[in-house]
Write a protein that binds this ligand. Structure first.
Ligand code: PLP
Length: 446
């Protein structure tokens, strides 16, 4: 790590109280990086520098930061109702948002269960899947199938079906029983530098047949995948892959869950992936972009047949023993309703579709730069993968990330992959600035 990006080298005591999530805390506290304001496509730092946000926060501020209409809606909500009891009582905006979401969601995803985060959305979806089979008298289906390199948040359910080793290994003793994993679809030999969906790899879905043969279909409740793997570094579904998974799930009575926490709300140029990829899940999880990142909110959308399986028995009994104090919080619902209006009125999903080829063009022009071994893109998401440095994985990407930040562009790195996911409000110039800054940082990096 060069010193240029790191002016301070002693831990600052006032930073010790906060334990940062998914962060190298000791390193961070010697080299803190703060943002204190944001507007549109830019963050500002405490010392007044503007930083172009190349990742929509953490893939969430899809309409840009502090969109005035969402800000106004949240402020107005504060003057009206702060908290409404989530169980047995509700407030009108929770229904309004549920109606707006289900009206805009594809197919018969007609019911929504609200959570506060993507991790909770995933755990909710997994619990719905298990309880669905039980409600239908098929409670022997207890297995959940995830995928290698999958990221489904940090709940015990999410890390169990997730496929990121670092997120699992300390918790091995507490992972859910009966979980198995499909192979991931990333293969540098077959698909390096592919634009959009790779032609190779649909057959990797067939591994579900092996899993079924091993465990028997009668024990499998659900398969969960991200339509495009985001956190693992923009791993794009091979053509035909999701279709095959869907067909096998149908054949064996297995529910298919799409985790759209990153892919929802315009990231793939549509509200959700089925409109683009023509594959319908039974349950779809979302979070992040639903409020353009302004207030935490997530949820699981379910199709009619899933919801209806629960709606039996005496009406005074609770159908699903699950929920959060803040499920459908009024501030989150106000933000969600306003964000949906912004996406619609400003036609931001169409804008994302228009920006997609521009981002692709710009990022693929990095081919041939030092140590670049792959470039991938899909929707408003792109990743540049670098060969790791001899002295350690992620050091090269970390240096490049730091250099970009210093030069006024915020990206994200995982391992030696740098990811970009700009808001749908980005201008063509801003896409160019992101990629040019990355190019200079790649050239300058050791
Ligand atoms: N699922 C997916 C696909 C994600 O990408 C993420 C977060 O990036 C999550 C779940 C977890 O969401 P949260 O951090 O809001 O719990």
């Amino acid at each position: 790590m060069s010193d240029h990006a790191m002016p301070r080298a002693v831990a600052q005591p006032e930073l010790e109280a906060l334990w940062l999530p998914f962060t190298h805390n000791r390193h961070f506290k010697k080299h803190p990086r703060l943002v204190s304001g944001a507007e549109g496509m830019y963050y500002t730092t405490p010392d007044g520098r503007r930083v172009l946000d190349g990742l929509s926060g953490l893939w969430c501020c899809n309409a840009g930061h502090r969109h005035p209409r969402i800000v106004e809606a949240v402020k107005a909500q504060l003057d009206e109702l702060d908290y409404a009891v989530a169980f047995q009582v509700q407030h009108p905006k929770a229904f309004d948002l549920a109606n707006a979401l289900t009206a805009a969601a594809p197919g018969d995803l007609n019911h929504v269960f609200f959570t506060n985060s993507g991790s909770e959305a995933v755990d909710t979806a997994l619990k719905i899947a298990l309880a669905y089979h039980k409600a239908r008298g098929d409670g022997g289906r207890y297995r959940l199938i995830g995928r290698a390199k999958g990221y489904h948040g940090v709940g015990f359910g999410g890390i169990s079906v997730g496929g990121m080793t670092a997120n699992r290994k300390a918790f091995a003793s507490a992972l859910l029983p009966g979980v198995d994993h499909l192979p991931h679809t990333h293969n540098l030999e077959q698909m390096a530098f592919t634009r959009g969906q790779p032609a190779w790899g649909a057959h990797l879905a067939d591994d579900l047949e092996n899993i079924v043969a091993l465990h028997d279909a009668s024990t499998i409740a659900a398969v969960i995948v991200e339509p495009m793997q985001g956190s693992a570094g923009v791993i794009v579904p091979p053509l035909g892959y999701l279709e095959r998974l869907r067909a096998m799930c149908d054949k064996y009575g297995i529910l298919l869950i799409f985790d759209e926490v990153i892919t929802g709300f315009g990231r793939l140029g549509e509200m959700f992936s089925p409109t683009r990829l023509n594959v319908m899940p039974d349950i779809l999880t979302f979070a992040k972009g639903i409020t353009s990142g302004m207030v935490p909110l997530g949820g699981a959308l379910v199709r009619d047949h899933v919801y209806e399986a629960f709606m039996h028995g005496p009406e005074h009994l609770v159908e699903f023993f699950h929920g959060y104090t803040y499920s459908g919080h009024p501030l989150a619902c106000a933000a969600g309703l306003a964000a949906l209006e912004v996406y619609r009125d400003e036609e931001l999903f169409a804008r994302a579709r228009r920006l997609e080829p521009l981002l692709a063009e710009a990022v693929h022009a990095l081919r041939g730069e030092p140590n670049v071994i792959d470039i991938r893109n899909f929707g408003l998401a792109a990743a540049v993968e670098l060969a790791p440095r001899a002295d350690g994985v992620s050091l090269r990407a970390m240096e490049i990330f730091d250099r970009c930040f210093e030069q006024g562009v915020m990206l994200r790195y995982t391992g030696d992959i740098l990811a970009m996911g700009p808001a749908a409000t980005a201008s063509e110039d801003e896409l160019g600035i992101m990629v040019d800054t990355l190019r200079r940082a790649i050239r300058a990096a050791s």
